[in-house]
Ligand binder design. Structure first.
Ligand SMILES: NC(=O)c1ccc[n+]([C@@H]2O[C@H](COP(=O)([O-])OP(=O)(O)OC[C@H]3O[C@@H](n4cnc5c(N)ncnc54)[C@H](OP(=O)(O)O)[C@@H]3O)[C@@H](O)[C@H]2O)c1
Length: 200
């Protein structure tokens, strides 16, 4: 599995730390050229490699860590998303539900990535918490995963485990997944819940 993080701000860097901690290579990209991201990438670890957006989109698993409104711009960068998995780490706090056609934000975003599988995950913690080592004395930090395509979740859960997290599957986006979505100005009940699981 090859992985990229699109967006190298607070969440992108937090996740890059998680990859570096486990010596797993990850590509990072944003609208800026790779040379602009390279010093910060190198500071996190040699596994974190800054590339152009187009090069980063060659990965089969792509973590979306951009402001929600930018998802379309990222989606437009490839004509076809067949065979790719998007991990949607974005949140839409404050966005009126009418602007999302009444859909959960990730279901709305999924429409732009035609042909891709989309899993919502790694979005429920503040960046500083997500950046910290997920393995602590009491167990492994929980990340919630939800998707309308059940087959898409297993490989993302495996990746989360490799990174040291304990994945918890919530089911479909508009069912359990609603617990980790912002709707209008209301956060889902599991957002910001920093939980740990004893056994993976
Ligand atoms: N901050 C948190 O604690 C937190 C927690 C959970 C979830 N989230 C969600 O995670 C997402 C990212 O938040 P953040 O706090 O990391 O934001 P941020 O610090 O502002 O970083 C956003 C990143 O996205 C890049 N970007 C923007 N538009 C882009 C585009 N069209 N194509 C490629 N890259 C683009 C920006 O870089 P360039 O300007 O160089 O393109 C920047 O690296 C948001 O959806 C947010 O709701 C944030």
């Amino acid at each position: 599995m090859s992985c990229s993080i699109i967006g190298f701000g607070k969440i992108g860097q937090a996740l890059a730390h998680a990859f570096a901690r486990k010596n797993i290579e990850v590509t990072v990209a944003s609208r800026r050229p790779p040379e602009a991201l390279a010093p910060q990438a190198r500071a996190i670890g040699p596994e974190v490699v800054a590339k152009s957006l187009q090069e980063a989109l060659a990965a089969d698993t792509i973590i979306l860590a951009v402001p929600f409104a930018e998802h379309r711009e990222v989606a437009n960068a490839l004509p076809n998303w067949e065979g790719k998995t998007i991990i949607d780490a974005t949140n839409t706090f404050g966005v009126p539900p009418e602007e999302l056609d009444g859909l959960p934000s990730s279901a709305f975003a999924a429409k732009a990535f035609t042909g891709a599988k989309l899993v919502k995950g790694f979005n429920h913690l503040v960046a500083a918490t997500l950046a910290a080592d997920p393995i602590v004395e009491v167990g492994h930090r929980v990340v919630f995963l939800s998707a309308d395509d059940e087959d898409a979740v297993a490989p993302v859960a495996a990746l989360a485990r490799q990174l040291g997290f304990a994945p918890v599957k919530l089911g479909k986006l508009n069912e359990g997944g609603a617990l980790v979505h912002a709707r209008g100005r209301v956060w889902g009940q599991l957002i910001f819940q920093d939980l740990f699981k004893k056994e993976q």
